[in-house]
Design a protein around this ligand. Structure first.
Ligand code: ZN
Length: 240
């Protein structure tokens, strides 16, 4: 079984479509939240994911878009983009976002947005934080996003090792409890502006990371035209 794992799409339909075209044939698409927020096309992104039968979890931006108090914790630009998103989205989009669970176990994988310890907010940015999630992992692999940085955290004996997952990185998680981050489709933050995603070969228990270029200028122009914060548009050019 071949599964595409997407995270932090952030209303970036151009990036999502580039990724879906690049993936080719898969048996399932899973997403790890932050489907909306920041970008210009929340309704179209949700419609696309719903159309392909993607299953997944709720991120902090999805919770805020559905009306949750999470918006109070946003920085000023994220908040402006979220207020725009709230006004703009159709009821069907809001309902779809509101129905996303905080966590989901599918087949051999545990899906969350932030971490297994705090699925909405915790950023897994160190081996100690990753270990707290691996300590409560009940499936062979955990999948998370939120940092927008592709990473693998792997238990090795009593220790946890982290490794940045560069282009075409591969990892066997067979017999090695792992917490994997696909990076971000719609707003990468590892210095590479290309959309990032992960593919799981669930039978062999091998993960592979992939990058795909998309028309960033089209998204920047769309964000300008609807008056989303300009800094949120310009950061897409730099992958930061
Ligand atoms: Zn995000």
């Amino acid at each position: 079984m071949r599964i595409a794992v997407l995270s932090d799409i952030h209303s970036n339909l151009v990036a999502l479509d580039a990724v879906l075209a690049d993936i080719g044939s898969v048996d399932a698409v899973w997403h790890l939240g932050d489907v909306v927020g920041y970008g210009p096309e929340p309704d179209a992104v949700v419609e696309r994911l719903a159309g392909i039968g993607a299953v997944g979890v709720r991120g902090n931006h999805d919770a805020a878009a559905a009306g949750g108090p999470e918006i109070e914790a946003f920085n000023p630009e994220a908040r402006r983009a979220m207020e725009w998103t709230r006004k703009r989205i159709a009821p069907v989009t809001r309902d779809w976002l509101a129905a996303l669970p905080e966590r989901l176990i599918v087949d051999d994988a545990s899906l969350v947005h932030g971490s297994l310890r705090d699925p909405t907010w915790e950023y897994v940015t160190s081996a100690a934080i990753a270990k707290a999630s691996l300590d409560v992992l009940t499936t062979p692999v955990g999948l998370h996003g939120h940092t927008h940085v592709p990473m693998a955290w792997v238990r090795a004996g009593s220790r946890v090792r982290g490794a940045a997952a560069g282009t075409d990185a591969r990892l066997s998680y067979d017999g090695r409890p792992s917490l994997l981050n696909p990076g971000s489709v719609g707003q990468p933050r590892d210095g590479d502006p290309r959309a990032s995603y992960l593919v799981l070969d669930a039978d062999a228990r091998v993960a592979s990371w992939h990058r795909v270029a998309y028309d960033i200028e089209a998204v920047v122009a769309a964000m300008r035209s609807v008056e989303l914060p300009i800094r949120l548009a310009e950061r897409l050019r730099h992958g930061l």
